[in-house]
Every structure is written in structure tokens, then in C-alpha cells.
Design a binder for this molecule. Structure first.
Ligand code: CTP
Length: 479
């Protein structure tokens, strides 16, 4: 097929590997196909790194033959699944025995038996992932498309090869994969397939949290429009099951403030806004959770409308629990907590007038993430009123200018007391303990308040002058 040759041009490194594999297959007389996401991604024009090879026969034995011919020592074999992995430069060649799978109702782990090409493709998740390309001499590079995957790729449709209830029940992680592919490519999930998601969604309970979180991360990362994935999860009822902390935002009104949507819609808009300016996962995730405490802090005040007093502080606490449940790393958790805690500060600075010490405090508390914080704040403006948008954005511009000015003046970026704990201990005759921290904090505070500048000499002078007072205060506090 000419079009497949276009997708795999002769000088392409993947094509060269495929031709070598086809030659080996011809030599040993075994039927072999290229399968999986690589065909889909090539057709859609995405770069590909992994090669999935399906063998009608013994996949592990064939993997050894590839490794031998490529002069590679390392083959990772998984006899239980009839698969093997061969790392080759920055490419992973995965070789699998064509198989059919039978699932027990309470497990994602299948019982596997050998099969032919058609059966192997039929057990796969979506028609767009059930394409195969021949690596056999007479039919080299011919597309095997038993389930109209090419048509679905062209029309932008996610559909399962078999009954979707069966495909999703067997491996419910596929529900999230459907949503991920729909989000990534802007595809539609075919009606019957979508209805099956609603029917089968409770089976997500057999999927480990790590795998669910992994897919959620991908949904946030794979496009500049992650909201689509969240709307699909909401609409199918999946969000209730996997993200109950987020679904409660739905219907929480926030009119009368500068927002005109409910908290859920507003949050999704913030995610998209942030995604347009940053591909950083941590920031996209923070956009998802920055208003997590609004449903709990919501209060109607006459003449003022809805208020969410303290949602930034409570939000930070809730994020801690949320990240632990999702098994997110501490690094992501701390970042999201910090930015959530600070996300109202820049606007407050802009509105209430910008004193040097307020700006300093913000720079110090946000540390290296101060630019991300401003990105989040700008993304947080979801008003549709162009006059208001301009006004708020101008406010942020003023804050950013002030940040840059104060940063230049104070070189506060990596702020810490210029006098280290060891020196405080020596000078004040203290042993390690909370008194040292108290004195260090007092020096930092004096710098933040603009009483002294951020230099060693000034800090030392301050310590000398205030030593007796600080020792007395800290002693009273801790002894
Ligand atoms: N597959 C499946 N069900 C799953 C995971 C994978 O049927 N839960 C099948 C699909 O045919 C898929 C192939 O196994 O194309 C390879 O899986 P994987 O490498 O995980 O996914 P890709 O489709 O290649 O895409 P991505 O790497 O983006 O997940």
C-alpha cells in the first residue's frame, strides 16, 4: 500500500529496524506483524519511539532471534505473558506472542492463550489501536484492518472492536484510555462505546490507584485542552468514582465575584488557560485543585454575593489529603499546596497597593515558582467581560513589574538569612534547637520588613544589636 510506504520512508530509523525484523522473520519462516500505537501515531503524524511486534508463534523465541541478529545481549523476557522487551538505543522493541485473553471478574490480569492475528487484534481496546502491518515478505507493509480502524482514525472516532461492555469490563483502565485518546486527538467517543463507559464505570475499583493516576496525569498532559477529558469523565459519571473531590465543585455557584461560571466550569477553564501557556504538569494539576475548598467555604453574604473565605488555606490542607490518596509525589503535592495558598496574593497586592514588604514576602514565599504563580493567577481570570479582563491583566502586569524591581533591588531569589544557624549558635552560645530557628526567623523578618538589607554585614549588625532581646524572647518561648 503506497500510503503505508509514505508513513515508513526508507531512510527512517524505525523503517530500517522493521525491514531487518521482516528479514529475520522471512529467514526463520514465522508470521510477524507491527501492531499497536505506532501505526496510529504515524498516521496521525506523531513521533514514535516504541515498536510493538506481534508474532504468530513463539514471541519470546523470536525476540531472542532479533537480539542475536542485532547483536544485543539484553532481552527482558516475561514467559507468563509470552512477551519480551529489547531496548535498542532509545527505542524499545516489544515482542509478543499473538494471544487471546480471558479475564476473571475481579482481576485485570488475564489468562492468556496463543491465537491468530484476528483474535489478537479483536481483544484490543479500540479500533484505532487494532491495526496491524505485515512484516512478511509477500505482503510487506500491507495494512491489516479488520475493524475499520483506518476509517475511525480518519473520522476521529473512538470505538471498541468488540462489544464495548466486554472490552471495558475485561480491563476497565481502557475507560480512561478512551478519554485520554479523545482528549489528545479531539476525537469523539462513539455513542455505544460511551454508554458502555457509564455502565461499566464501577469496575474501576479493580484498577490500582497508581494506574488511574498515571492516566489522569496523561489526560492533563496530552493536549492544550485537557478540560475535554474532564467533561467526558463528568458526563459519563466516571468523575464521581475516581475524583469525588472535584465533582463536588459542579453546581457551586460563584456569580457576583469576578467569575461567571460554577466552580467546576471555572476550574476547567483555568486548566485550559494555563495549558495554553505552559506544558508543566505541576501547574496544570494545581489549576485543577486550586479552588478545591470552595464548596466547603462557600457562604452567601447579602450585598456581597457568594464568598469563599479562607478557601486558599483550607484548599492547601485538602490538597495534601487528595495527593496522598492519588499517590502523587511529595514534590507535586508541595508545589500545588504552595501555589494554592498564595493564589490570591498577587491580586490582593494589585488591588490594595503594592508595598515593598508585601512584594518581598510574596517573592520569598513563592521562591522559584513565582512566575508559575503569576501564570496561574492570569489563568484564573475567566471573566467574559473584555473590559474587566484588561483591567485584571493590567493589575497583574503592575505586580510583575514590582516583583522584578524588588528582585533586582534585593536579589531575594534564593532568600535565606545571610547568617546561618551555625553562626547564630556560636555567637549566642546556643545548642541546636528551636531557639536558633527563632533568631534566624527574626533576622529574615527584619529583611522582609525592609528594616535591614539582605547582606551579611547588615544581618550580623542586626544580630549583635538585638542578641540579648532575641535570646530572652526565644528562651521565654521555648523553655
Ligand atoms: N492495549 C489494550 N488495552 C490496554 C492497553 C493496551 O488493548 N489497556 C493494546 C492497544 O492495542 C495498544 C497496545 O496494546 O495500542 C499497546 O499498548 P500501549 O503501548 O500501552 O499503548 P499505545 O496504544 O501504544 O499508546 P500509549 O503509549 O499512548 O498508551
Amino acid at each position: 500500500m503506497a500510503f503505508l510506504e509514505l508513513l515508513f520512508p526508507d531512510n527512517d530509523p524505525i523503517t530500517k529496524i522493521l525491514r531487518r525484523i521482516a528479514n529475520i522473520a522471512g529467514r526463520v519462516g514465522i508470521e510477524v506483524y507491527l501492531v499497536g500505537g505506532v501505526i496510529r501515531d504515524r498516521i496521525l503524524g506523531y513521533p514514535t519511539k516504541d515498536i510493538d511486534i506481534m508474532v504468530i508463534g513463539n514471541g519470546i523465541e523470536f525476540a531472542r532471534q532479533i537480539a542475536h541478529s542485532f547483536r544485543l545481549k539484553k532481552v527482558l523476557e516475561y514467559p507468563k505473558f509470552g512477551t519480551a522487551m529489547i531496548p535498542y538505543h532509545d527505542i524499545i522493541i516489544e515482542v509478543a506472542t499473538a494471544r487471546s485473553e480471558k479475564y476473571d471478574s475481579n482481576s485485570r490480569k488475564p489468562r492468556v492463550s496463543e491465537s491468530d492475528l484476528m483474535q489478537d487484534l479483536a481483544r484490543r481496546d479500540f479500533t484505532i489501536n487494532a491495526l496491524a502491518m505485515s512484516l512478511n515478505n509477500e505482503t510487506l507493509f500491507q495494512l491489516m484492518d479488520y475493524f475499520e480502524g483506518l476509517k475511525d482514525l480518519d473520522a476521529g472516532i473512538i470505538r471498541t472492536p468488540l462489544d464495548p461492555v466486554k472490552t471495558f469490563s475485561e480491563d476497565p483502565l481502557r475507560i480512561l484510555r478512551a478519554i485520554r485518546f479523545a482528549t489528545r486527538h479531539g476525537f469523539k467517543i462513539e455513542d455505544k462505546t460511551f454508554r458502555a463507559i457509564s455502565r461499566v464505570k464501577e469496575r474501576m475499583e479493580i484498577v490500582s490507584q497508581e494506574r488511574i493516576t498515571d492516566e489522569l496525569i496523561k489526560i492533563l498532559n496530552v493536549s492544550n485542552n485537557p478540560s475535554r477529558g474532564f467533561y467526558l469523565m463528568k458526563e459519563s459519571g466516571l468523575l464521581n468514582i475516581i475524583l469525588p473531590e472535584i465533582v463536588v465543585m459542579d453546581g457551586v455557584d460563584q456569580r457576583n465575584g469576578f467569575h461567571h461560571k460554577d466552580v467546576f466550569q471555572h476550574t476547567l477553564q483555568v486548566i485550559d488557560n494555563v495549558s495554553r501557556v505552559s506544558s508543566k504538569f505541576e501547574l496544570r494539576f494545581t489549576a485543577l485543585v486550586h479552588d478545591i475548598a470552595k464548596p466547603l467555604t462557600k457562604k452567601y453574604i447579602d450585598g456581597k454575593g457568594w464568598t469563599f473565605h479562607g478557601h486558599e488555606e483550607l484548599g492547601a490542607k485538602m490538597i495534601k489529603q487528595f495527593c496522598k490518596r492519588l499517590k502523587m509525589s511529595n514534590k507535586i503535592m508541595e508545589y500545588a499546596m504552595k501555589l494554592t495558598r498564595l493564589h490570591l496574593r498577587p491580586i490582593a497586592i494589585a488591588v490594595e497597593g503594592v508595598t515593598d514588604s508585601a512584594v518581598r514576602r510574596l517573592i520569598v514565599e513563592a521562591g522559584d515558582d513565582v512566575e508559575d504563580l503569576v501564570k496561574l493567577c492570569r489563568a484564573d481570570i475567566t471573566s467574559k467581560n473584555p473590559r474587566k479582563i484588561t483591567e485584571y491583566m493590567n493589575n497583574f502586569d503592575r505586580v510583575v513589574n514590582r516583583i522584578v524591581e524588588v528582585q533586582k533591588k534585593d536579589k531575594l531569589r534564593a532568600f535565606q538569612s545571610p547568617i546561618r544557624g551555625d553562626e547564630i549558635m556560636m555567637y549566642c552560645g546556643l545548642k541546636p534547637g528551636p531557639q536558633v530557628g527563632y533568631i534566624k526567623k527574626a533576622i529574615e523578618e527584619a529583611i522582609l520588613q525592609g528594616e535591614i538589607s539582605n547582606t551579611y554585614n547588615n544581618a550580623k549588625e542586626y544580630l549583635e544589636e538585638n542578641k540579648d532581646r532575641l535570646l530572652k524572647e526565644s528562651q521565654e518561648k521555648f523553655n
